[in-house]
Ligand binder design. Sequence first.
Ligand SMILES: Cc1cc2nc3c(=O)[nH]c(=O)nc-3n(C[C@H](O)[C@H](O)[C@H](O)COP(=O)(O)OP(=O)(O)OC[C@H]3O[C@@H](n4cnc5c(N)ncnc54)[C@H](O)[C@@H]3O)c2cc1C
Length: 500
Amino acid sequence: MSSTPRDLVMNHPISRRDFFDGMALGLVATESPRGTAYPPGPFTVRAGAAGALSVPHALRDGRFWQHAGPPEPTGESYDLAVVGGGASGASAAREWLRRRPHDSVLVLDNHDGISLSRPARFGPQEDGVMCDRETFGSDTLVRLTPGWIARLPLAERARQDLLMLQRDPPDWFPGLSAEEKHERLAGLTYSRFLLEVCGAHPDVERLCRTMSCRAWGYDTRAFGAIDAWGTGFPGFGGLGLDRDKPSRFNSPTVKEGPAEAVPLPLDGRVQLRPSSPVVSVRDGASSATVGYFDGHRVMTVEARAVILACWSAVVPYLVPDLPRDQRRALSLAVRVPLLHATVRVRDPGAWRRVGVRRVRWTGAYWCLSELEPPSEVHLLATPCHSELGPDRGSVAGRQELFRTPFSRLEQTVRDQLGRLLGPGGFDPARDIEAITVDRWGHGRAPEYCRPWHAFYPDGPFPADAARRRFGRIAIAGSDSEPGPGGAVTAAVRAVEELAG
Ligand SMILES: Cc1cc2nc3c(=O)[nH]c(=O)nc-3n(C[C@H](O)[C@H](O)[C@H](O)COP(=O)(O)OP(=O)(O)OC[C@H]3O[C@@H](n4cnc5c(N)ncnc54)[C@H](O)[C@@H]3O)c2cc1C
């Protein structure tokens, strides 16, 4: 089914919501009359959200203090102030009170409602791949049932190459030891491995490119061949390597398996202060002074100890007194952006009729679409410009993510669901009831991985320098402990450093 923007009936009255890093950019509109521009006028941005987004950016760009008045003390004093109410900040507050039950604890966050909830995870295994027109010129949905490779709309040689890579690839590095093979793989991305080592037909690389997007937030042009081997991607069977014995070059998540960040829950003894982006933290003779923007002024509180559980890249702007090497190390922690849409549909039956539940797309805007019964559809897009690698690609992708109008996101959602489910009777104009978009500019915490981080695994690691304690200030946050479970590990370590 091919849909033009006109067919997609974007003016249809549905619920539309747009979030950036968990903060509402505003209800886009519940209705927009026919013939008016879409969206109908600028976003209406709530004061809390506006401050939350603009304050850190103004700090980064050096504009904030030009316009902010002098800080005003609130007169409050706490035993612990925590900056950032995510998994790590919540864990730090909870762990502190476990050790010091009678202390006073304040958690400040720039969200207008502190929430630990993250969007639903996408399931592990797709049951269909959409060889899409963006990649192959026309759409072909291939269900991943026996014989699926023969049904791929690829050149015959590409299908043969894929079969070979799946079933009986040769030893690409004969005569090398296991360690030497690991080292070779550690120097390549998976895309380069397919094209340059295996000499696979380019269609094979195009077909496989989005395989790493769900778990990593970038495609195989950024995903290391060593981690592709550790994950079980095709092409490595002839190397004679034992996947049960991970390579020292494998990233921590591949070595140890992904861990859910299970935050220690906050309890009623913790004071929460949402919509309060922190703008400065200064260590003093008897306490630290924490400044935050309340929407109008910079207010300050005093604290005997401070845990920074916000994004590491923000910390140098809050604590300019940090040593130069530490500030530089903190700024290297670049999070991978993610984009997630939740779509409420009127009738999910089209999925059953089309015969899929979770589909990977090879090159369209959204790389994954999945039905969550009874009637929610999740779509994932990965804004990272993978061709630039995870770090530079994430910076470029985040800028683009913030600039992309909701109308484009809605149009791509409608277009792709129409193309996928149209043969099952789905009509995007009739069957979509609500679209919520979560733009996670600072999504997945960074992880050290090859071939991008030559210091891995032998160190020294930027995170070692980044998380050094600075007087009464300790640094938590998952960015400071790259790898699975980093948010909670970092919180417990930071508490240990300050509370002993
Ligand atoms: C879509 C998505 C899916 C994910 N899925 C998984 C998963 O399945 N498994 C997994 O392990 N991890 C997942 N993650 C990563 C997950 O976010 C982290 O594991 C964990 O939540 C990070 O916790 P944190 O406390 O370090 O950071 P965050 O949860 O990002 O918390 C940091 C907080 O600091 C706040 N902040 C920043 N600057 C300031 C400031 N100046 N003042 C005040 N507050 C500030 C931020 O708004 C934020 O609330 C996912 C992330 C996203 C976006």
